[in-house]
Design a protein around this ligand. Structure first.
Ligand code: SAH
Ligand code: SF4
Length: 384
């Protein structure tokens, strides 16, 4: 049975939550942005460094606790800035230790964040958008009616919130529970590149949380034009939602393929900086019964990615009502995996985690919104 903490009533506003939208969130400011904002108040640059460290290294949000800030300065800062986390409207913990937070954003919309503890690591799966415009046929997130980009502060806020709950301050301490971040929650990160990039730069900064780019993985369905820029600017690890090895089938499963086909995608992946056996691309491949799980598909997969330093993640499909798909049989996944392993790729089947709390990919926010394809509304212009 999943353990679910009591759901706080909407009126139960935590002390650290500020509904005052006129305040600027420090969570979305790179240090240079903060310096500029402080300069407008007539404050010197070094103050930005002090505030930055309190917020991003020590996790503080109360200016009164920032002891090296002169006392009269504290109310001034508090009247312009805040470092509040998003509200948690629901928190669930799985029997396997996975934690899922449904976070409520300032405009009342919701996104999800999932923490997955493992023997050697603790991975936080964060969202980059509310919903997703891309409508991959097997993905529940793609069926959500409401879609908007998350602001950098809302992306960073998910990480800060998790660090608060996991007791991970000061950042970088030994035995920290959050060691890795994957952008594999709701949304297509490369359709919100500016805000995602800003958020990752804030989290990677050595003066703050200081998470290495090697511990961050961005998953994309293949927004080819943004990939080059993202690789060069952020240098994080890359995961590709492949799911099909032929254009016809991929057009159906991952419709962005009609715009950027497999050949273009493969070329963009080959151009990702720093690929080596120590830094491989992860190919995500959802196992759909009778759709993409044949042995012929497995052979075509290894042929397709030959020569690219790669890891393959075979993801058992997480069913949701009305999806029209079924998870491949265990024996079929095994046959597929054998072919992949014989080609030199190790342990490719991803064990589903947090299934009892619907924390797995493609099921995010599943309790909140459930819409069929015919009811979907896409924000015009997003798909270019
Ligand atoms: N939009 C990005 C990142 C979020 S999805 C992307 O598509 O890469 C994270 C992963 O979960 C993707 O590989 C996605 O294809 C996969 N996924 C989506 N729905 C799923 C489902 N129902 N079962 C298993 N995996 C799913
Ligand atoms: Fe969007 Fe990724 Fe889901 Fe496709 S798989 S609809 S790109 S979140």
């Amino acid at each position: 049975m999943p353990v679910t903490d009591p759901i706080p009533a909407a009126s139960e506003t935590p002390a650290h939550f500020s509904p005052d939208k006129s305040l600027i969130s420090l969570l979305g400011l790179e240090k240079a942005d903060l310096q500029a904002a402080l300069a407008e108040l007539g404050l010197p640059k070094f103050r930005a460094g002090q505030i930055w460290r309190w917020v991003f290294r020590h996790g503080l949000s109360d200016f009164n606790e920032m002891t090296d800030l002169a006392k009269p300065l504290r109310p001034l800062l508090a009247s312009h800035f805040h470092a509040d986390r998003p509200l948690v409207s629901r928190r669930q913990q799985s029997v396997d230790g996975t934690i899922k937070w449904l976070v409520r954003l300032a405009d009342g919309q919701e996104a999800e964040t999932v923490y997955i503890p493992d023997r050697d690591r603790g991975t936080l799966c964060i969202s980059s958008q509310v919903g997703c415009t891309l409508n991959c046929s097997f993905c529940h997130t793609g069926t959500q009616r409401l879609v908007r980009n998350l602001a950098a502060e809302e992306i960073v806020g998910q990480i800060m919130l998790a660090m608060d709950e996991l007791g991970d301050w000061p950042a970088g301490k030994e035995n920290r529970r959050l060691t890795n971040i994957v952008l594999m929650g709701m949304g297509e990160p490369l359709y919100n590149y500016e805000q995602v990039a800003k958020a990752m730069k804030i989290i990677m900064s050595g003066e703050g949380v200081g998470l290495s780019r090697r511990r961050i993985t961005l998953s994309t369905s293949g927004i080819v034009p943004e990939m080059e820029r993202c690789g060069a600017e952020l240098g994080v690890n890359l995961a590709i939602s492949l799911h099909a090895v032929r254009d016809g089938l991929r057009d159906e499963l991952v419709p962005i393929n009609r715009k950027y086909n497999l050949a273009q995608l493969l070329e963009a992946v080959r151009g990702w900086p720093g690929l080596s056996n120590a830094r491989r691309v992860t190919w995500e491949y959802v196992m759909l019964k009778g759709v993409n799980d044949s042995e012929q598909d497995a052979r075509a997969l290894v042929k397709l990615i030959a020569g690219i330093p790669s890891k393959i993640n075979l993801i058992p499909f997480n069913p949701w009502p009305g999806s029209g798909y079924e998870t491949s049989a265990a024996e079929q996944i095994e046959k597929f995996a054998q072919i992949v392993m014989k080609a030199g790729y190790a342990s490719p089947v991803r064990t589903p985690r947090g299934r009892d709390i619907l924390a797995a990919c493609g099921q995010l926010k599943s309790d909140s919104v459930r819409l069929r394809k015919s009811q979907q509304v896409t924000v015009a212009g997003w798909q270019g």
